[in-house]
Unconditional design. Sequence first.
Length: 164
Amino acid sequence: MSQLVDITITINGKTHSDSVEPRLLLSDYLRHGLGLTGTHVGCEHGVCGACTVMVDGEAIRSCLLFAVQVDGCALTTVEGLAPTGDELHPLQAAFHETHGLQCGFCTPGFLMTLVPFLDHNPDPDDDEIRALLSGNLCRCTGYLKIIEAVKLAATRRREQRVKP
């Protein structure tokens, strides 16, 4: 039997303290331990991007990390993107408006990958967007509507910064 390790992680602004097995994957901790099922698990090898979350503001594949590795970190999952339950994050709204999703399985991973990308690159061109999106797999959309969503969200973010 494995010895449990105490961890404390801030997830979506709320602190969680638990005792976990050292081999517990972060994706499993989020989904099964905390019920944050927006973090999807696809390939379990870090290839598809469906499990992407933000750890200290950076996009990270949660299926490649153990929960003990993020002890003391701040995480954001897709559940933490919308400021309230009534309002979508601007990137979520752009996905909705441009029909950038179909089945939705990959969407949380795309969103969690794109938020820090747009933070660092507020005016990406199509090639930069395509290069970033190459790390996330979607079987339904063909990516064109996702690219449109990213461009729409980036445009709106820039316009909001200009307003007094």
